[in-house]
Design a protein around this ligand. Sequence first.
Ligand code: C2O
Ligand code: CU
Ligand code: CU
Length: 518
Amino acid sequence: MVHLSRRTVLLAGVAWAVTELGPNNVHAQNSTRPSLPIPAELRADAGGTIRLDARPGSMRFVGDRETATYGINGPYLGPAVRVRRREKVVAQVSNNVPETITMHWHGLIIPGAADGGPHQVIPPGKQWQTELAVDQPAATLWFHPHSYPATAQEVIRGLAGLLIIDDEESGRLPLPSRWGVDDIPLIIQDRRFTPDGQFFDRMNYIAVTNGYVGDTALVNGARYPQTRTTRGWIRLRILNGSNARSYTLAASDGRSLYVIASDGGLLATPVELKQLLIHVGERFEALVDGRDGRAFDIVTLPVAQDIMRLPPFDGPLPLVTIRPEGADGTGQLPSSLAVLPALPQQLPPMTQELVMNMFRDQQGMMPLKTAGLMAMVKSGKTDPAVVARVVNLIVNDPVLSQTDQLSANGVNGKSFSIERMDFAAARNQDLRWRISEGSDLMLHPVHIHGCQFRIISRDGKPPEAERAGWKDVAPISAGGVTEILVRFPHPANRVAPYMAHCHILEHEDSGMMTQFTV
Ligand code: C2O
Ligand code: CU
Ligand code: CU
């Protein structure tokens, strides 16, 4: 039996058509719409090496304007690196972009020295090589730079890719697993462009408070692409690779999403949802039933945060069209997936508290209020004059000095300092941490390096079923408190500590990060 989450919300009779166009227009649109780009799989070569080359490129996202990009082994985003559990590979990262980067393996449980955090810088023209000894269950992870304080800009430009771990247990399940055929990666991002077609990336008070607000949704680097799959069960490997935006994903015709995996791997049983909320840095794998062969869209519905409801995110926005029109598929939805250890009856004592702080939220929020954003969202009607005022603030509010940027946010009362070790965590022990948020009204998806953890409770309640498995991102909302059970099997020393931070990249780059040793 498929577990029906209590959060399952029926979208009674709401069918946002694949397109609201007549059959002729659908046909016309088909030929002009981009195909969903499928990142190439990249396995270690015969010598056990995985080569990643960060380089500049260019792409056409808007009309025929060339946008300057960064990519890994290509012009934008990167390959899907595939490793097997218990495999030891060498990752060799070449930096051919004109700025210092790092390469962090988000979700991988490895020592601090291999983690690719802000201390392991790769200057332009240089290479960084590290061993990755993979020993954790099958999961969809990802990699991206972690340069302090430029992660946001480097990710906006295109540096990010998937990192997929395979293992025997998951290989025995009849899940759809033919890459790009019935196993479809979806990297969802939002971007905004300057009038000359370049990526907008201004760090002002609006950005360090609210995070990046794009007006264009991209899936694997394409605008509203379409993809043909087998006629059968389809697996979507979803990464929210945006800087700040959360998405509420749904199928346009109301069909269910069966969530089978969270950040760190398979859930115990599938969780059937009509709407799937995914925050930045999070991954979910979901199966959808395409046995009827009928096309549908994955859409995103408006989310809670006011500024993230600016058009085109003020109504259901189609992200990608899935056409299950190919040969019959063979994948299935198993009724049970993996054995998840039960949380211990006796929880360890609380050893660490992390409080997310915003020191300048007034500077970032007040102008939006004055511009009428909150009132507009409350009224439920989009007002072009308000939208224009808010967009003007996003785009034109002055860039912060580096000192102002770096002191805008913090953890436990202090903005990040790369020189200062903030705390030490015990190695190889179950630890209970408490993550919370002050009085600001933001949601912070908090991410911790060097581990996969379990959410014990969120605001005193058990986590949603789709967040009850292995996680490396815990969403904390307005005044909320989340407790997690975490264990660090590997060391991280003062030279290569682990990070814990809000994964809204503009928060991370403005002080909402802390570092610790194990
Ligand atoms: Cu995905 Cu510390 O990062
Ligand atoms: Cu990480
Ligand atoms: Cu945050």
